[in-house]
Design a protein around this ligand. Structure first.
Ligand SMILES: Cc1cc2nc3c(=O)[nH]c(=O)nc-3n(C[C@H](O)[C@H](O)[C@H](O)COP(=O)(O)O)c2cc1C
Length: 364
């Protein structure tokens, strides 16, 4: 049997995943202004659960009102969100998928015109989303409030019936602004070397773990490298060891291109994922996402040492990707896609229009 079709058991919680495929988080702008999930957002994810994905991750969802990143983003910052979150979690479960909500705060990437507040970050940074062109450095009180917001959002996801959460520590949002040496220049306990810069993330994990029952999955998504904010490969490797010691249930590496080399170590032939799997023992289960379309791509990700293969764009156009990918001959169509094809794949007009912003994805 192909590794892609094999079941996986999460040791700590006992969750059984039916195969090794993951629908990675995708913002789709389909929800309501008050953060309540829309029918369209529920439908598009339910369709991918029907299509056989082992794990379905929701779009990034903001844990605090001031952490919203985009219009149409659903929220987990208020109990008023719970009923529709339950509907989504139930649909995913009924269709055999493990449901994971990706919880996040945009930090200095939360536009003031959306939240009404000056964006917050680890330090005062240059910030296009702020009317003053600068983010505000989080005070100690802000930091504890934010940790509690992450914990309360996780609790709402649990109450709604989700199997777990993924903490969005990738792509330059608030958690990665704390991790990055350029965006976090604090001299207190929340800044310094990677051990101190990761304290915000670690405290979020500890707070969630101490509040929620043991059968709730807690994973973390990171970007191994983002030069612009000071996230470097060797710090990310240290971070992965820290996360292993915190016993997170999975580590999701956001590679964008799973087959590329490290920018910090361009002469080394290892892929980004291989840097983690070849240098760290007892890693948590690894999800690797980025640039995977066909069977050969997926198999290559497993040969790098990943336990799960994640896809985003392939899963937009091909809702049954997970069901077909273990077939060696499966070569799904790549972009561009027509809006009719995307409508048939259960994308609403809003989502299709958003995908027009992704270079070469939609063509009519
Ligand atoms: C429309 C769209 C929205 C995305 N939104 C998110 C998001 O909310 N959270 C996140 O971590 N990544 C997000 N991503 C990144 C994907 O999860 C994924 O890492 C990236 O697209 C590379 O994978 P792919 O080559 O399979 O598309 C998004 C990607 C796309 C295409």
């Amino acid at each position: 049997m192909s590794i892609i079709s094999q079941k996986f058991i999460f040791q700590r919680t006992g969750h059984i995943v039916r195969n090794r495929t993951v629908l990675a988080a995708m913002t789709n702008k389909q929800s309501h202004d008050n953060g309540i999930l829309s029918d369209n957002e529920i439908k598009w994810l339910t369709r991918r659960a029907k299509g056989g994905f082992g794990i379905i991750t929701t779009a990034a969802t903001h844990v605090s009102q001031d952490g919203q990143g985009w219009e149409g983003e659903f929220g987990t910052f208020d109990d008023l969100h719970i009923p529709r979150l339950s509907e989504l979690a139930n649909n995913l479960k009924q269709n055999g998928a493990i449901s994971i909500a990706q919880i996040f705060h945009g930090g200095m990437r939360s536009p003031q015109k959306l939240t009404g507040l000056q964006p917050i970050s680890a330090s005062k940074n240059g910030c296009e989303e702020s009317y003053s062109k600068y983010s505000r450095e989080a005070t100690e009180d802000d930091i504890y409030r934010l940790i509690n917001d992450f914990r309360d959002a996780a609790l709402r996801c649990y109450d709604a019936g989700f199997d777990g959460i993924e903490l969005h520590g990738a792509h330059g949002y608030l958690i990665s602004q704390f991790l990055g040496s350029k965006t976090n220049r604090r001299s207190d306990q929340w800044g310094g070397d990677i051990n101190s810069r990761s304290k915000f993330l670690v405290e979020i994990i500890r707070s969630i773990k101490s509040t929620l029952p043991k059968d709730f999955l807690i994973g973390v998504r990171i970007s191994p490298e983002i030069d612009k904010i000071g996230i470097k490969l060797h710090d990310s490797i240290t971070l992965a060891k820290i996360l292993r010691d915190e016993c997170v249930d999975f580590l999701h590496l956001s590679c964008w291109d799973s087959f590329s080399r490290s920018k910090c170590e361009p002469d080394d032939p290892r892929s980004l994922t291989e840097w983690f799997t070849s240098t760290i023992c007892d890693l948590p289960p690894i999800i690797c996402t980025g640039g995977v379309w066909d069977n050969a791509d997926a198999i290559s990700v497993f040969s790098q040492g990943a336990d799960f293969v994640g896809v985003a764009r392939a899963g937009i156009a091909h809702p049954d990707w997970a069901m077909k990918i273990s077939n060696q001959d499966y070569k799904p169509q790549k972009p561009p896609f027509s809006s009719l094809q995307l409508e048939e794949a259960v994308l609403s007009r809003k989502f299709i229009d958003y995908m027009r912003l992704w270079d070469g994805f939609v063509e009519d």
